[in-house]
Design a protein around this ligand. Structure first.
Ligand SMILES: C[S@@+](CC[C@H](N)C(=O)[O-])C[C@H]1O[C@@H](n2cnc3c(N)ncnc32)[C@H](O)[C@@H]1O
Length: 253
């Protein structure tokens, strides 16, 4: 963690707008690392979860922070409660659930795809997974998908599990297993069919309670493999044969 007294620009704004993204959590230092190159871009930014729960006038702290941090961005948010009184110039809020696919589709049809998506909504494990499965497709190329509060992966009342760390239904396990896909081109398996995520995730970075997923074309190629077949295998077999022959030759000399 960075020195708590030397704040980056985003952490200063988190303190100014009193969001728990710094103080209760220490997320802004990581956000600053991943987002600073986008600061002056006219990006579309979506945050799930406005804050303040059923009080329509409460919450919105992080939205105001993002608005100042990204001066050219359009900030969008969704919340299960009506948060329309918190809308302001460059901040648009939709009411609906993060797992309602038709609601999310409707938003994307209206505003287009996003450059950044932050999930700070219900934090229920299957919601986190389902929302990602819907919205990762709505993220632009080179976009960033961030998920907060993954500690709920260990909390039963959120669908988590502290006893079985291989429990497939937790969000941490879902994303942890996805990490292999970053290297799918190296699998020794010519029958392997890469998934959409294999081909479109270029980076996954885990921090305390949070995760960043970078979208891009994950097809750099490899120095050894082509279509999941080791192209150096023939060369190595030839070399190995030669070695055996010379060894036998030496024996009978
Ligand atoms: C932790 S607060 C968000 C805080 C805010 N992002 C911030 O940093 O200031 C979580 C919000 O998610 C909303 N929420 C809960 N379940 C939801 C769901 N299924 N879909 C959308 N929003 C939900 C809650 O109403 C609440 O306002």
């Amino acid at each position: 963690m960075t020195n708590k007294t030397e704040h980056d620009d985003l952490t200063k704004l988190a303190i100014k707008y009193d969001t728990d993204k710094w103080g209760s959590h220490y997320y802004t230092q990581h956000y600053h690392t991943f987002f600073q190159h986008l600061r002056n871009q006219p990006i579309k930014f979506l945050e799930i979860g406005v804050g303040g729960y059923n009080n329509p006038k409460k919450g919105g702290e992080s939205l105001r922070m993002w608005k100042e941090y990204f001066p050219k961005a359009q900030i969008y948010a969704i919340d299960i409660f009506d948060k329309s009184p918190l809308e302001e110039e460059r901040i648009t809020i939709f009411k609906g659930s993060q797992i309602d696919e038709s609601f999310l589709e409707k938003i994307c049809n209206e505003v287009g795809n996003f450059d950044v998506i932050v999930d700070d909504g219900s934090h229920i494990n299957d919601h986190i997974i389902k929302t990602f499965q819907i919205l990762f497709h709505k993220l632009n190329q080179d976009g960033i998908y961030a998920i907060e509060d993954l500690q709920t992966s260990y909390w039963r009342h959120f669908g988590g599990d502290s006893l079985n760390f291989n429990n497939k239904s937790t969000a941490m396990n879902y994303f942890k297993n996805m990490v292999h896909g970053l290297n799918f081109q190296e699998f020794h398996n010519p029958f392997y069919k890469p998934s959409f995520y294999d081909k479109n995730i270029t980076g996954m970075s885990f921090f305390h309670n949070m995760l960043f997923i970078q979208k891009g074309n994950n097809c750099e190629g490899t120095n050894v493999m082509k279509d999941n077949i080791d192209i150096t295998l023939k060369i190595r077999i030839k070399y190995f044969k030669r070695k055996i022959i010379s060894h036998i030759y030496d024996l009978f000399r």
